[in-house]
Design a protein around this ligand. Structure first.
Ligand code: SF4
Length: 375
C-alpha cells in the first residue's frame, strides 16, 4: 500500500530563546505569574488554557489582559515542539507525526483510531539505549531523555488536533473528539527516563491538568526490574506492559540485550511482586519474528512460565524494518502460536498491526528521515 505524502509544518517558534510552559510545574507557573505582579487566579487561567483547551499560543488566552499575554509571549512559549512532519495512512485510521524539538532532535508519535478509542503511542526518549536487535530506534542509540514537557506536549498536540474540525477531513473522525488512551510504546525505554516520565504522567492524569484516567495509560518496559518495583509503589493505576519477546535467557538476550542484566526468571519474579502489590493484570508484549521466536515449542515454554501470573499476552506480528533479518511471522503461524498459549491457560490476543505503510513501527519514520537527510 502506498503511503500518503509527508507534510511538514510549524507547531511552535523561537523555542531556543524561550522556555516552554509545558516544562514548568504548577508551582513554577504560579511563581511566574506572581513575578509579573498578577493575582494567583491568572495562573489557574493559564494552566486551564494549556491543559484543558490545548492552547498553542498566549494570544488564544482570551480572558487574559492583552498586556499580560504580550509579557508572557516575550519570554515563554507553550510547547517545546518546533515543527512536525505528518504522514497519514490511506485508510485514515493511523497518523504518525515526527516532531522536531528545539535542539533538532526528533521523536515520533502515532495516533491510532479504533471503534471507540483514539490511542496515542508516545515517545519517552530521543533514541534508545536498550539496543533491541529488531528495533529501528535502537540503531541510532540514545540521544537524550525527553523532558516532562516534551512528553506531555505530544499528547496535548493530538488533543488539540482531535478537538479541531481539521481532523475530520484528514482522518476517520466524524466530530471533535479527544485522546482516550495513551501508551508509552514509542521511541525510548520509559523506565530509563523514570523521573521525567512520571512527572509527565502525573500531569496527564491530574484532574486539574489533562485529567486522563490512569487506567487508560499503559507504560511499556523492556524489563528494568528496579523500576518495576518502584512503579508498584507509585499508587497510580497506570497499566504495566513488559516487552518479553522470548521465554528463555538464551533467546531473549540475543533479541533484548538488557536481559543479560535482568534475566527472565528475575523479571517474572518482579512482575509477580508487582501483581501482588497492585492486584493489577500485567500485559506481556511478544513481537513474533519468523523462524526466530515463533515455534510451537517456544509457545509452550512461554505458556508454562506465564500461566501462574495474572497476565495477558499481546502477540504482535513484527513491523518489518528495511535491511533487517527479522521478518514478521505469517498469519497462520501467528494463529497457531496464540492457540498454544490459550490451550495452556494463558490469555492471548493478536494486536492489530497499524500503519505499516507509514513506517508506524517504533523509530522507523525517524530513521527514514535521517537516512534521507544523509543522502
Ligand atoms: S524496542 Fe523499545 S526498548 Fe528496545 S531498543 Fe526499541 S525503543 Fe528501545
Amino acid at each position: 500500500m502506498e503511503r500518503m505524502a509527508e507534510i511538514t509544518f510549524d507547531v511552535g517558534t523561537e523555542q531556543k530563546e524561550k522556555t516552554a510552559l509545558l516544562d514548568l510545574s504548577w508551582e513554577e507557573v504560579t511563581q511566574i505569574v506572581a513575578g509579573l505582579g498578577e493575582p494567583t487566579y491568572r495562573a489557574r487561567q493559564i494552566w486551564e488554557w494549556v491543559y484543558k483547551h490545548f492552547a498553542a499560543s498566549f494570544d488564544e488566552m482570551a480572558n487574559l489582559p492583552r498586556v499580560l499575554r504580550e509579557k508572557l509571549d516575550e519570554r515563554w512559549v507553550i510547547s517545546p515542539l518546533a515543527s512536525a512532519t505528518r504522514i497519514l495512512s490511506q485508510d485514515g485510521d493511523t497518523q504518525k507525526v515526527l516532531f522536531r524539538l528545539a535542539d533538532g532532535q526528533t521523536v515520533e508519535t502515532v495516533l491510532m483510531l479504533y471503534d471507540k478509542r483514539r490511542t496515542l503511542c508516545i515517545s519517552s526518549q530521543a533514541g534508545c539505549a536498550m539496543g533491541c536487535t529488531f528495533c529501528a530506534t535502537a540503531q541510532g542509540g540514545l540521544a537524550r531523555n525527553l523532558t516532562a514537557g516534551e512528553i506531555v506536549a505530544q499528547v496535548l498536540y493530538f488533543a488539540r488536533y482531535l478537538a479541531n474540525s481539521e481532523a475530520g477531513p484528514q482522518m476517520n473522525v466524524e466530530r471533535p473528539t479527544s485522546v482516550t488512551n495513551v501508551v508509552l510504546m514509542g521511541m525510548g525505554e520509559p523506565m530509563h527516563n523514570y523521573r521525567n516520565v512520571w512527572s509527565a504522567l502525573r500531569r496527564l492524569t491530574d484532574a486539574d491538568a489533562f485529567g486522563l484516567g490512569a487506567r487508560h495509560i499503559t507504560l511499556s518496559t523492556v524489563g528494568l526490574i528496579p523500576m518495576i518495583d518502584r512503579m508498584a509503589d507509585e499508587g497510580v493505576q497506570i497499566a504495566l506492559a513488559v516487552s518479553l519477546h522470548a521465554p528463555n535467557d538464551a533467546l531473549r538476550s540475543s533479541l533484548v540485550p538488557i536481559n543479560s542484566r535482568y534475566p527472565v526468571a528475575d523479571l517474572l519474579a518482579a512482575v509477580q511482586r508487582y501483581i501482588d502489590k497492585t492486584h493489577r493484570r500485567v500485559t506481556f508484549e511478544y513481537a513474533l519474528m519468523q523462524g526466530i521466536n515463533d515455534s510451537p515449542a517456544l509457545a509452550a515454554e512461554l505458556a508454562d512460565k506465564l500461566s501462574p501470573l495474572l497476565c495477558h499476552v499481546n502477540v504482535i506480528p513484527l513491523n518489518p524494518i528495511p535491511d533487517s533479518p527479522f521478518q514478521p511471522t505469517s498469519d497462520v503461524d501467528t494463529a497457531r502460536f496464540v492457540e498454544i498459549l490459550r490451550s495452556r491457560g494463558v490469555a492471548a490476543t493478536v494486536r492489530l498491526r497499524r500503519g505499516i505503510e507509514i513506517n508506524a513501527g517504533c523509530g522507523q519514520l525517524r530513521r527514514a528521515v535521517q537516512r534521507r537527510g544523509a543522502e
